[in-house]
Design a protein around this ligand. Structure first.
Ligand code: UDX
Length: 459
């Protein structure tokens, strides 16, 4: 589906209905929120986005949206904490006043149409009280899979049942309450403090339950049972309308400039021959892991396109020298970039496998292009996503053991050069087709989007 021109959009009967969106300022959250904004725009709503003074997208990329900025007061320590949960809790406190002021200003400007609703990332539970105060409906978008969300919401129960605190000796045990997950898949969130995690989970779940609706970037044929399970429990209506990125033209909400040379390099490679390697926008590795990955790729003899984004290996000065070493041996067979146009890379016929950290956007993007995966989860939802990729959908290999060049070489061969890998390719292609069918008129996501559009319009 293409985003209509502004002119066509203004002819729409909903032209005077405005939706305000508020993403979390992280790449993996900005992308789906901006894609959702594009989807709603194509359905005739006018769009306002509230973003931060940092990690923000350039408004000139989306001239048909209205942008507003807030700048919460954060100390340098708050902003640079490696603890995602401490950061999320902090932001939910310090954004309250600046967000409320900005929201109130938008509401008082009636020249751009009536406000239909506020749509925020589910992580912004603090916004519910503000929406209630102004009598505006708030819908929440969860940017992860439903299977991983259900595991996240079950954390208090898992603690009650004695799975938490985690014990090293029990990591391989299955969790019957969360089949097919194992105890090791509960290493869910990057935080040093379990009490913070429980406080955050409770707040997000409470915020979801108080919201007027939940929007999910997933589709029926992928997560049917989990969508049903979540919908049974949710007091608010549930709208699984994904995959978001397939409605719009390629996303340009990248915070880093994608290196287009990836695509010209892919043009020179044989069909399904390239292993694309990227660990998203947040995961980090250490120098030893970096070396093992580099030599594993080189020794696999498979052409590779590797994203080494700034900050991937914190604190290492001689990264360029190490990379030079790998590329000297790999020659034309390897390309390293700082940031890739990932959706286009995955859609390219030369890309035959994706070594990913299992972030939900990356997982969905791979499924939508029929590219089987090697998953090496780092934290958060990535472990549960990976469990589903390897054990339920069976479209990828879980790199479970330590990161070691021999293991990497064997895993790449399994994915790219074996019957088992071909079977995974067959299964993921079939999922890709089901995802496409969901978006066509009459498909589950299409119908869900119709429901959402009607629901938002009822003010
Ligand atoms: C984070 C979490 O880690 C993830 O688990 C959660 O589901 C969303 O928030 P991130 O780690 O960045 O996101 O991973 P992911 O969800 O995969 O999102 C990364 C996005 O960046 C994808 O949309 C991907 O297409 C894009 N990307 C990544 C690029 O455009 N170029 C790159 O080189 C790498």
């Amino acid at each position: 589906m293409e985003v209509p021109s502004e002119e066509n959009q203004m002819d729409s009967p909903k032209k005077c209905l405005r939706v305000i969106l508020f993403p979390v300022p992280l790449q993996g959250h900005i992308n789906p929120l901006i894609q959702l904004a594009g989807i709603l725009y194509s359905r005739g709503f006018s769009i306002s986005i509230i973003q931060f003074g940092f990690n923000s997208i350039n408004p000139s990329t989306y001239p048909h949206f209205n942008f507003h900025s807030i700048l919460p007061t954060l100390s340098e320590t708050d902003a640079n904490t490696g603890d995602v949960i401490a950061f999320a809790l902090k932001l939910n406190c310090c954004c309250f006043s600046p967000f409320r002021e900005c929201f109130s200003n938008i509401l008082s400007d009636t020249s751009k149409g009536r406000i239909a609703c506020l749509i925020t990332d589910a992580a912004w539970y603090f916004t519910q009280a503000i929406a209630d105060e102004y009598n505006i409906r708030r819908l929440a978008v969860r940017t992860t899979s439903i299977c991983s969300f259900l595991a996240f919401a079950a954390l208090p129960l898992l603690r009650e049942k004695g799975y938490i605190p985690l014990e090293e000796s029990r990591l391989e045990e299955p969790i019957p309450e969360l089949t097919p997950c194992k105890i090791k898949d509960i290493h869910m969130i990057k935080s040093g403090n379990f009490e913070d995690i429980f406080r955050y989970v409770t707040n997000v779940v409470r915020g979801n339950r108080a919201s007027s609706g939940l929007i999910w970037n997933t589709f029926e044929d992928l997560e049917r049972a989990k969508i049903a399970e979540f919908s049974r429990e949710s007091p608010a209506p549930v709208f699984p309308i994904g995959p978001f990125h397939k409605y719009c033209l390629a996303s340009s909400s990248s915070l880093l400039e994608p290196d287009k040379s990836s695509l010209s390099w892919l043009e020179k490679q044989a069909t399904n021959s390239v292993i694309y390697v990227s660990f998203g926008s947040l995961a980090v590795i250490n120098e030893k892991e970096f070396q093992e990955i580099g030599w594993g790729l080189v020794n696999s003899k498979q052409p590779f396109l590797w994203v080494v984004r700034p900050g991937l290996v914190p604190g290492v000065q001689r990264l360029d020298r190490l990379l030079e070493g790998f590329l000297k041996v790999a020659g034309e067979r390897g390309l390293v970039v700082k940031w890739a146009p990932q959706q286009a890379v995955l859609a390219h016929q030369a890309t035959g496998g994706f070594w990913t950290h299992g972030g939900w956007n990356s997982t969905l993007e791979s499924i939508c292009e029929g590219v089987p995966m090697i998953c090496q989860p780092a934290f958060g939802d990535q472990r549960v996503n990976t469990r589903y990729v390897s054990d339920v959908w069976r479209v990828g290999i879980h790199l479970e053991n330590r990161i070691e060049r021999g293991e990497i070489q064997r895993t790449i061969r399994r994915l790219m050069g074996s019957e088992e890998g071909e079977e995974m390719r067959g299964r993921i292609r079939s999922l890709k087709e089901k995802g496409e069918a969901c978006l066509r008129p009459g498909g589950a996501s299409y119908k869900s989007l119709d429901r959402l559009t009607d629901y938002i319009s009822e003010i």
